[in-house]
Design a protein around this ligand. Sequence first.
Ligand code: PBG
Length: 333
Amino acid sequence: MTLHAPFPTGRPRRLRRDGFTRNLVRENALTAHDLIYPVFVLEGRGRREAVASMPGVDRLSLDLLLPVAAQCVELGIPVMALFPVIDARLKTPDGREACNPDGLVPQVVQALKREFPQLGVMTDVALDPFTSHGQDGLLDDTGYILNDETVEVLIQQALTQSQAGVDIVAPSDMMDGRIGAIRAALEARGDIHTRIMAYSAKYASAFYGPFRDAVGSAGNLGKSDKKVYQMDPGNTDEALREVAMDIAEGADMVMVKPGMPYLDVLRRVKDEFRVPTFAYQVSGEYAMLKAAAANGWLDHDAVMMESLLAFKRAGADGVLTYFALDAARRLRA
Ligand code: PBG
C-alpha cells in the first residue's frame, strides 16, 4: 500500500512507543528521598484517632508514632514533620504552651532523635495548635494579628524546639521578619546547625480545612480566616518578594503552599532563586484525591504518583505529602 500524504516532519511518538525509551528520555523522576511525611501527634500512650476528612491519616501518641518513624527510615523518607494536637485545656490566647520545654513537641522530638538519629525531624513554628482562638499569632483588642509581638513568641518557640534537638524548624506563620529574628536567636545561642525551612509563599487557602480538623483549630477559628497575614491567592510577584526576604534573612530552604493549585508559583520561585525549594501538597489536596479514589472516579495510586511527579517537574526539590509512606512503598515495588 502506498501512502500519498507527506510523512510527518517529526515523530515524537517513536520515543513513547516502548517502556524502555520512555524510561530513557524521562526528564524528571520522584524518589523516596524527595518526600517529607507530615504527622499529627497526640499526648499520652496507646492513642490512635482517625482524621475523618483525611482517610488513611491518624493522629498518634508517641509510642505509636515510633513504628511509623521506623517505616520512614526503612523506606528512605528523609524527614518527618511534626504537628501537635494540643489538649484544649492547654490552649490560651497567647499560645504559651508553644514554648514549654516539657511540652508535647519537645518530648516527641527528643524521643525521635534518640531512637532514630538518622531520621530528620522538622517542627512547625506557628501558634495555631496552641491558641484558644486558632490564629497563628497574638491578637490585639480589635482581633488583628499582631506582628512583632508574635515574632517574639515564635523566637521562643523555635528556640524551645532547637533545644530539644530538632533538625529543621519550619515557620508557617507568615509574620514579617520572623526568619531573620529566629536565625539571629539561633546563632546567638550557638545553634548553628538548625536548618530553617521557611513557609515563604503561604497562601490564605481554603485547602487547609482538613488540617484544621486534624489539629483541632477549626472549631476555635470558627468563621474567621487568615487573610491578614497569609498571601492572597491572586498574587505571584508577591511570592517572589516573600521568598527573597526569607533567603536574605537566613532561610536554608523555602516552600510554596498549597501545592497543586500553585505550581506556577513554584516554577517562578525555582527559576528566580535556584535555592532548595519545597511544595506542600496540603490536606485539602490529599482529601480530594482520596475522596475521588474512594468513589472509584480516579485511580488512587496513579493520581498519587502523577501528582507527586508534577511537583518535581514544576521545580520542587521535595514535597511534603500525606501520601509519603504509600508513595515510597510504590516506588520500591
Ligand atoms: C499552621 C499550618 C497550617 C498548615 C500547616 N501549618 C494550617 C493553616 O495555616 O491554617 C496546613 C497544612 C495542610 O493543610 O495540610 N500554621
